[in-house]
Design a protein around this ligand. Structure first.
Ligand code: GTP
Ligand code: MG
Length: 189
């Protein structure tokens, strides 16, 4: 039986979780999308009501299991499904949205207690060049929750961009914030 590793994407509705998993997965992703019925229907046709799931084959090194979890607090219990064996978390933000900071604030309220113990990357999606002021506001929100993460801009539709995020997560996983190698880093790092 192949070794499995888990990675999670969290973020507000429309942040790009389903898109990231579709870009990376080499199986057809499992989604739980339904038609939008509330104000979200103005901006997108479907939303994920539970989780997304995909897989990436790592050859001899095993499989990477990919999960997408909604940022809203009513979905907090979903973290129980993914916590065991979790390698790291990608926090996604729709940087083109006027509600981006509110969305990030809610995601952090929901998951900060979990994220503090894990390697995390903040990925700013849908904006080719997010302004420094916006990045600083994101940093301030992270700091409020005692989180320190790298921040980078991505296009979730591009597999190469999503892989770049994972490479960064793996570096964090390997060395930790104190620069010391961590023993649990998997062999394929
Ligand atoms: N222009 C642009 N559109 C994107 C990008 N990433 C995702 N999208 C689009 O944004 C919309 C929302 O993306 P999703 O991946 O469905 O977002 P989600 O986080 O899964 O949203 P929920 O399931 O509602 O929580 C989709 O129509 C995507 O095609 C991007 O980098 N640039
Ligand atoms: Mg989705």
């Amino acid at each position: 039986m192949k070794q499995s590793y888990k990675m999670v994407f969290v973020g507000e509705p429309g942040a790009g979780k389903t898109t990231c998993i579709a870009a990376l997965s080499d199986i057809k992703p499992v989604t739980t999308d339904v038609g939008c019925t509330d104000e979200l229907a103005m901006i997108k046709e479907t939303t994920t009501v539970a989780l997304d799931y995909g897989e990436l084959d790592l050859g001899d090194q095993g499989r990477l299991l990919l999960y997408g979890l909604p940022g809203q607090s009513r979905f907090r219990f979903m973290f129980d499904v993914v916590r065991a064996g979790l390698l790291g978390v990608v926090i996604l933000v729709d940087a083109a949205s006027s509600h981006a900071l509110d969305g990030l604030a809610e995601t952090l309220e929901t998951y900060a207690d979990e994220l503090r113990h894990l390697p995390c990357v903040l990925a700013l999606n849908k904006h080719p060049d997010p302004p420094d002021t916006f990045k600083q506001q994101c940093q301030d929100l992270l700091r409020k929750h005692k989180l320190v993460t790298p921040i980078l801009a991505v296009d979730a539709r591009k597999r190469a961009d999503v892989i770049r995020v994972f490479e960064l997560l793996f570096v964090l996983l390997e060395y930790g914030s104190d620069g010391a190698p961590r023993q649990e880093a998997p062999a394929w790092l």
